[in-house]
Design a protein around this ligand. Sequence first.
Ligand code: ADP
Length: 363
Amino acid sequence: MSTHKASLECRHISLAYGATPVLRDVNLKIEPGEFFALLGPSGSGKSTLLRLIAGFNQHQSGELLVDGQDISGVPPHRRGVGMVFQNYALWPHMTVWDNVAFGLVERRESRDAIRRKVGAALALVGLQDYGQRRPGQLSGGQQQRVALARTIVIEPKLLLLDEPLSNLDKHLRVQMRDELKNLQRTLGLTTIFVTHDQEEAMTTADRMAVLDQGILQQVGTAAGLYDEPRNRFVAGFVGTANLLEGTVTALDGQTLCFDAQGLGRLTLPAPAQPPALGAATLAFRPHQMHITAAGAAGDAARVWLDGRVESAEFLGEFSRYRVRVGEVALICDQPHDAGVVMFEPGAAVRLGIAPSQARYLSA
Ligand code: ADP
């Protein structure tokens, strides 16, 4: 099966339904062969953007380039784009083989070519022995593989997947995640998928774009977004974060004062690239904090806060505490080993923030 690796670029794309803006000035470049996720909460505009790339939605302004050519206005079937819908949209009365062959028959390909290509596509998704079944006789995961085979058999330049794993139960989802990744690697096809599940995006995609309210918040690798979120939204959506609102009130080469709302003044070592004075959010991850009993001496490189445990959850690999510090609740994860005794709700504790891991966000 021949594949062409296309690039895709959105330049200043905007789309509104009536007076309601749904995509606002989206700028995005997806490289040839990338496995790319559009990640965001429900209603953030992910599906609208995917459908726009497929040609089912039209943007009102901006350019949509495939391999540098503007395809705005080109009808869906002329775009060389294959889309797998969330519900798979298989024809129930047709066999698996006929479902997969359909697009080739429509294109009037020769019987030999159809036999060869359908056979190859079914083999690629591991369904070579299922050609004569009907979709209703297959599991959810197998139906999805048929939908994939049906789409890749037409050799699209771009593969679009709308929430590809959301119809599967959790166990199957993890398995299909790997299968999808392997298939994408094998084909090397530029692939864009929509998901609201950050774990799915992080484990599957090479890079991802985080959307909120139709605005592209940040683009990057999973680790890039996790370690260096640009704003509060990304910090809270990609992974779990403690977000302290406050003001950077003083700054010299060595130290920084952060007046945290509901918590008081924190004096921290200034980072190499210090934030501007003024309103900011201090972000740090639950597992980056240490927790000790009140009064215990802690690592001097950390900034320690006194608090009281509000809740404690044992999760196996780690324990998750919610700790009240001043008027703020902070989440702290402690790795678990046999013999580690958990703190009970009500216990007086100290939390140690690692300043090198803390990030100052502007919005
Ligand atoms: P997501 O895929 O991130 O859940 P969508 O792209 O489906 O979000 O929707 C983004 C916003 O656009 C939502 O507020 C939704 O209600 C609105 N929307 C989607 N389709 C239409 C439509 N055909 N007409 C009007 N509003 C729509």
